[in-house]
Unconditional design. Structure first.
Lengths: 113, 204
């Protein structure tokens, strides 16, 4: 009986893991994309800005940008923290599913169903 | 519930707790950065060093915080915000090319990252450590250099970015150094750190 219980639990855990692994495997892609913000392109051709006007004798800025500059992308530790949270959530789900499977099999055996 | 089931549940619950506690997102933590003086009012007398001729900046030195970087040119992004330097390991500063060149009359604007994603610290990581009168040297393409002295450092919410104070006309050669700062939400910094400086001398 005990072997049956362990076999059922192992089968359940394997099934859950198999379905969860592809989700983990995709993690690096969005991180890599997140570091390449569209506003960082230094190529002048990317921006529909006016002809490069040199500042005049008035001593001012010829074209005033709108908004605030985005001069900071979160460092590695912050990004890996988010990844760790995701992986932790997945692992929790896997363990919970395994425990539930063991419980159900045990209960069925006990009731003789 | 049999003893085996109980053991299975206890094991699963303990493992869940351990895994859940280990994977928190730390991006919301407050940085130790403090808000600097918010008043650029402590200007030295307007009678300052004579303005220099036009020459684009090619390098920037800030000895007090160990900055010595090339300077690239930046324009406008598609959304009309100012471009910023690319996120690379060898992070550099960038001069906004619609602002006066350093040493010319008006506010010359130079931007740099505080952090550059997976590459770690940006070239302006320690901008908040600057103090009044610290020296900033802009090396120019014609071989001369414009030397500035820090007037003030402001940390302001991005939502309240002081456009006039940064880009508005002034009656002497000035410099603005801009980066991000303050607490972070996800990948976004809440604030901008702006250094206001005035031309103090020029070297041939």
């Amino acid at each position: 009986m005990r072997r049956t219980v362990f076999s059922a639990a192992a089968l359940a855990c394997t099934a859950v893991l198999a379905s969860a692994v592809p989700a983990f495997a995709d993690d690096p892609t969005p991180v890599a994309e997140a570091t390449a913000t569209p506003s960082v392109s230094p190529a002048p051709t990317d921006s529909p800005e006016p002809a490069p006007a040199e500042e005049g004798s008035t001593g001012g800025v010829s074209v005033v940008p709108s908004g605030a500059p985005d001069t900071g992308a979160a460092p590695e530790s912050a990004q890996s923290g988010a990844e760790a949270g995701l992986i932790g959530g997945g692992a929790t789900a896997v363990l919970a599913a395994g425990g539930a499977a063991v419980f159900l099999v045990r209960r069925r055996r006990a009731t003789g169903a | 519930m049999t003893s085996l089931s109980r053991r299975a549940f206890v094991t699963a619950a303990t493992a869940s707790l351990l895994v859940g506690c280990g994977g928190g997102d730390r991006t919301g933590r407050a940085t130790p950065e403090r808000r600097e003086s918010t008043s650029p009012s402590s200007r030295p007398p307007a009678k300052a060093t004579r303005a220099l001729g036009r020459s684009v900046p090619v390098g920037l030195e800030i000895p007090a915080i160990g900055v010595d970087t090339p300077v690239m040119q930046l324009g406008l992004a598609r959304d009309r915000t100012v471009q910023v330097p690319p996120l690379t390991a060898d992070d550099v500063a960038g001069w906004y090319r619609h602002s006066p060149t350093p040493g010319r009359l008006g506010p010359s604007v130079i931007l740099g990252h505080v952090t550059v994603g997976v590459h770690g610290d940006g070239v302006f990581r320690h901008l908040t450590r600057l103090r009044r009168s610290d020296r900033i040297v802009a090396r120019l393409e014609n071989g001369t250099a414009a030397v500035f002295a820090v007037d003030s450092i402001r940390t302001v919410a991005k939502a309240d970015f002081p456009t006039d104070a940064v880009y508005g006309n002034v009656d002497r050669p000035e410099l603005r150094l801009i980066t991000c700062g303050g607490p972070r939400t996800g990948e976004e910094y809440r604030d901008n750190v702006i250094v206001f400086a005035a031309l103090s001398s020029a070297s041939p």
